[in-house]
Design a protein around this ligand. Structure first.
Ligand SMILES: O=C(CO)[C@H](O)[C@H](O)COP(=O)(O)O
Length: 724
């Protein structure tokens, strides 16, 4: 038996949806049968309509909207914003208002601007309360074309779980007296003028002020706590755990038009903020608007400091938006040009001894007598003049000046009779701390050959086996130049003769093989080592766990050696800058782990470190050919990274050769470092292939005399390199 037909439409209530479609419903019949045919929404709507028709004073003359529905709608909008969007995201829309009310961002959210069919469906009950949402959406859509790329990023950002993306826009719709954008002139506007300047960051919020009073402004405010904001100032290590659960670190480019590559989640959030910010008319982009500039997001730990600097340097909001757009499109980044990287960090003193002494195996007084002709040098006499003042924690001076062509200064070997007198090279002088820099070291008969850094003479350990390396690649000995005397340990007398050398060969002992319980003394016994190689492993990128930033900071505080950080970790985009900021001389991240290597390299340089890129044995060098100008060092792994003491992989030698060819052809001065299984047996092969920085762990710390091992390795490498 069929269902009884509903009564004819005569007398039916006429309701209209917000799009104008008429809703025809049966008149409010009383009785159980009629109720069975109504949805819950229908029941409520019709009941309210009946009440209104009956002259219920509460709704007389008001919009066709029950108070509860208005509250629901407002709640929906609020939650839509909270999920990082302006309104409901597509997934929520498809699931209906209920889902939207739950305020969940959908990881697969699609671009609502590009696909209007995904705009949220609204019920008639919502129609009267659509002003805020529709207005915002309309404006967003109108402006979508010219900022499509960023808008996509925005909507990708919507897909980030609420804890991260959502926290970026904690909405707070309250009926409080209206005010403009926080920090700017407070003023009320008509509903049609509403604009969302939402986004902000984890510390930002959106407040619809005066909703329901005919005046509404969405207000950006800063607040502490909540979401990512609560992590501001927390050390990265602590934040890591939270973030691991918080959401993706990168937004996959695949399938997302406009995204050319995987983007770090943080950057996408920045883009999202920029887009939202862009919806603020220029004439209203006051201080409050500046609060949502890109980069205002809550990245924990060291990132905050970078961001704060960027923020301080940011131009007006419109410029910032443009910059972010550029960044989204072309891999650019809000950064300085990298020139004149300031790098200041505390350096430990050496108790009045020169750097050469620290590399010399002779006793302190013997060293002074033999190499300086006196028992104790005055400050500033030695190669690292000024450093050895015995003052712990003093800041290193003499940073490379802005615009200086990196490290081209020539070291000076003092002439006889000029001992202790430093020859300053003027503005082009290299940072004395950058001994291992890309420059050359030269001493020429009769005096200074070229404007060099503030150097003393070379320690004997380094003479005679240094080679010159031209800007065009691996250098040959300079024609006509004599070899440094085999034995110049004569108090400096022979230094009046020709002696030139370069710093082409560098030995970087890896503390991975040292006694971790005595790191300070283990580093102190490295003799003439150029760099201290620190292997940071996270048990994700490699199956081993070593140490992290706090230990590196401790090392930096206790040695004036140059620290070379090799980050074998996931997500270096996030963590590597912290090492640069801490004062590491060189920070190497792995090509296989970085989401945006160019951006990261630029950031590292901006922070004053050299940027290195590491390649596992199976990772080709060729894709990096065009990116060489962005980096300072290529690290060719000659073992699978993770552990010391492994056997050298000869199969990696061709890659070292190809790397050297590429670098030579580029005309750039880029170090080529080898790491893994480097020993007295293998170092010559590496040097012959073109490497110039050699990491050695077990070969140095496994030796009885670590300092002697360093000298021996250098000697072998230099000999092999001289063949070039
Ligand atoms: O990065 C490394 C391991 O992943 C180490 O630096 C390297 O292995 C040095 O150790 P050894 O010289 O003993 O091979």
């Amino acid at each position: 038996m069929g269902r009884p037909r509903r009564p004819a439409a005569a007398g039916a209530a006429h309701l209209h949806r917000h799009d104008g479609a008429e809703l025809r419903r049966a008149p409010p019949e009383r009785g159980p049968r009629a109720h069975r045919h109504r949805t819950a929404v229908d029941r409520r709507r019709v009941r309210l309509h009946d009440r209104r028709a009956a002259g219920d004073g509460r709704h007389a003359g008001g919009p066709d909207r029950p108070a509860q529905a208005a509250a629901d709608r407002r709640d929906g909008v609020r939650r839509g914003v909270r999920t990082g969007g302006v309104l409901d995201v597509a997934g929520d829309a498809d699931r209906g208002a209920g889902a939207a009310r739950r305020g969940r961002g959908d990881v697969d959210a699609v671009d609502a601007l590009a696909h209007p069919q995904h705009l949220p469906r609204r019920t008639a009950a919502d129609a009267g309360d659509r002003d805020l949402g529709d207005d915002v959406l309309r404006r967003r859509r109108a402006g979508a074309d010219h900022r499509r790329l960023a808008a996509r990023a925005l909507l990708v950002g919507l897909g980030l779980p609420g804890r991260t993306a959502g926290a970026g826009a904690v909405a707070d719709l309250r009926s409080t007296p209206g005010a403009g954008v926080e920090g700017s002139r407070a003023r009320a506007v008509r509903p049609a003028q509403r604009r969302v300047v939402a986004g902000g960051d984890a510390a930002g919020g959106v407040r619809d002020q005066g909703a329901g009073r005919g005046r509404a402004v969405v207000r950006v405010r800063r607040c502490s706590g909540g979401g990512g904001a609560g992590r501001r100032g927390v050390r990265p290590a602590a934040a890591a755990a939270g973030d691991a659960a918080a959401g993706p670190r990168a937004v996959r480019a695949a399938g997302i038009p406009g995204l050319r590559r995987d983007e770090p989640a943080d950057d996408v959030r920045d883009d999202r903020r920029a887009v939202l910010h862009d919806s603020v008319p220029a004439n209203r982009a006051g201080h409050g608007a500046a609060a949502v500039r890109p980069g205002a997001g809550a990245r924990p730990g060291a990132g905050d400091r970078h961001r704060d600097r960027r923020r301080a340097a940011d131009a007006p909001a419109a410029d910032a938006v443009a910059a972010v757009r550029r960044a989204a499109g072309g891999g650019g980044r809000l950064r300085a040009d990298g020139a004149g990287r300031p790098r200041v960090r505390p350096r430990a003193g050496d108790g009045g001894l020169c750097a050469g002494r620290r590399r010399c195996r002779a006793g302190a007084d013997d060293h002074q007598q033999r190499h300086h002709g006196h028992r104790r040098p005055g400050p500033g006499r030695c190669r690292r003049g000024g450093v050895g003042d015995g003052v712990r924690g003093r800041r290193r001076l003499g940073h490379r000046g802005a615009g200086q062509p990196a490290d081209r200064g020539v070291r000076v070997v003092a002439r006889r009779g000029e001992r202790g007198r430093r020859r300053d090279a003027g503005a082009g002088a290299r940072d004395p701390g950058r001994r291992g820099g890309r420059g050359r070291v030269a001493a020429v008969a009769g005096g200074v050959r070229a404007g060099g850094g503030r150097r003393g003479r070379l320690h004997p350990c380094r003479r005679g086996h240094q080679r010159r390396r031209g800007a065009g690649g691996r250098g040959r000995r300079r024609p006509g130049a004599g070899r440094a005397p085999a034995s110049s340990v004569d108090g400096g007398r022979r230094l009046a003769r020709v002696a030139w050398a370069t710093v082409g060969i560098q030995i970087a002992p890896s503390i991975l093989s040292s006694d971790f319980a005595n790191l300070e003394s283990e580093i102190a016994r490295l003799g003439d080592a150029d760099l201290v190689h620190v292997d940071v492993m996270d048990n994700h990128f490699v199956p081993n766990l070593t140490l992290g930033l706090p230990v590196v900071e401790a090392i930096l505080a206790r040695t004036d050696r140059l620290v070379d950080c090799h980050l074998m970790i996931d997500d270096p985009d996030r963590w590597a800058p912290g090492y640069a900021e801490a004062g590491a001389h060189n920070v190497t991240f792995h090509a296989e782990a970085a989401a945006a290597p160019v951006r990261l390299a630029r950031e590292l340089r901006r922070l004053g470190a050299r940027a290195g890129v590491g390649l596992r044995p199976a990772t080709p060098i060729e894709p990096w050919a065009d990116l060489l100008p962005e980096i300072d060092m290529l690290l060719v792994m000659t073992v699978e990274p993770g552990f010391g003491g492994q056997a050298f992989l000869d199969v990696c030698l061709p890659k070292i050769r190809r790397a050297r060819e590429l670098v030579s052809r580029s005309g750039l001065d880029i170090w080529i470092q080898v790491d893994g299984g480097v020993s007295a047996e293998t170092i010559e092969r590496c040097a012959d292939a073109g490497a110039d920085v050699f990491v050695a762990g077990s070969a140095v710390y496994g030796a009885e005399d670590a300092a002697a091992a360093v000298c021996d390795l250098r000697e072998l490498a230099a000999k092999a390199a001289r063949g070039h």
